[in-house]
Design a protein around this ligand. Structure first.
Ligand code: AMP
Ligand code: FE
Ligand code: FE
Ligand code: ZN
Length: 285
């Protein structure tokens, strides 16, 4: 069994359409795939409609959250949510709010670049995002199209990183609020790449323990952005806290070099996850 529980389609900042994502999963010999676009469920129906016979699809999303120990500090972190009710009013309102603030934030970033003579336009970036939640990878592709940079990775390094003057922060979603919202909608909250140090500061173990007490169900242990020590630490922490340990690729199509299913979830972890009560069930064999 090959199980990949974290992937993105063109409904957010991946490059494969939901149907292409299903085909890519099948071609890679994947048995279970989760579609976890940022702040949207817009790809779910297309993914299910295109689901190859042997493939099981887990419907999910990914929220960028923040942990604020005090007024002066903030640590960004990502929360996956699986199998929640897409009609839940509170959670749906939050997805809408996050998408709206993503748009204003991306527009500000593009305006700052244009004001500096960088030849990209808001219309171009909107066309690339095709109505989905706007993210920096869409601006990155506009920069590649305009020959400002050779690839999206260089765009991140040279222009889009939080250390660059063009960067604008996204809206805050407190991670404990996100856990409550997901649980309230019958969803299963999972801490994505909890110890991905290469992405920046990570939260202390004590915070992960509080997240577990608040309703978190799993930690992503195997992830391309976590080295072997961090994976071992995440696995030990999951065991200590009674959490499930998952693994996933965080595939984004050609926006990132990571192949689909480069990291996977052990079958017993997957079985434990889907045995938990949830509003939706996986679709497939
Ligand atoms: P945003 O959510 O708009 O702040 O953009 C962050 C997204 O950019 C994440 O979901 C990552 O998938 C993606 N990302 C981060 N770093 C890179 C990179 N070096 N190359 C391509 N995509 C990246
Ligand atoms: Fe992304
Ligand atoms: Fe993430
Ligand atoms: Zn992701």
């Amino acid at each position: 069994m090959r199980i990949d529980l974290h992937t993105h389609s063109s409904a957010s900042d991946g490059t494969d359409s939901p149907a292409q994502l299903m085909a890519a999963a099948a071609a890679a010999g994947v048995d279970v795939i989760a579609i976890t676009d940022h702040d949207t469920t817009a790809g779910w129906d297309q993914a299910l409609a295109a689901r190859p016979d042997g493939l099981t699809v887990v419907r999910g999303t990914e929220f960028s959250c923040v942990y604020r120990p005090d007024d002066a500090h903030r640590i960004g972190l990502h929360l996956l949510g699986y199998l929640f009710d897409p009609e839940d009013v509170a959670l749906r309102a939050e997805r809408v709010r996050l998408r709206e603030t993503r748009a204003t934030r991306a527009r500000t970033m593009v305006d700052r670049m244009a004001a500096d003579g960088i030849p990209i336009t808001w219309a171009q970036v909107q066309a690339i995002a095709a109505g989905g939640p706007l993210g920096r990878p869409h601006i990155g592709r506009a920069l590649v199209q305009a020959d400002v940079v050779p690839d999206v990775d260089t765009a991140f390094r040279d222009l889009l990183s939080s250390r660059r003057p063009y960067y604008v922060r996204k809206a805050d979603l407190d991670v404990f609020d996100a856990i409550r919202l997901l649980r309230g909608a019958g969803g299963l909250p999972v801490f994505a790449h909890p110890i991905a140090r290469r992405r920046g500061p990570v939260v202390p173990d004590e915070v992960i323990a509080r997240m577990a007490a608040a309703g978190l169900v799993a930690l992503e242990v195997d992830h391309p952005d976590q080295d072997s020590d961090d994976r071992a630490h995440a696995a030990a922490l999951a065991r200590d806290l009674g959490l499930i340990g998952t693994g996933s690729s965080d595939y984004h199509g050609s926006n990132k070099p990571t192949p689909i299913a480069v990291c996977t979830t052990p079958p017993d972890a997957y079985e434990a996850l889907i045995a938990l009560p949830s509003a939706l069930q996986p679709v497939g064999p």
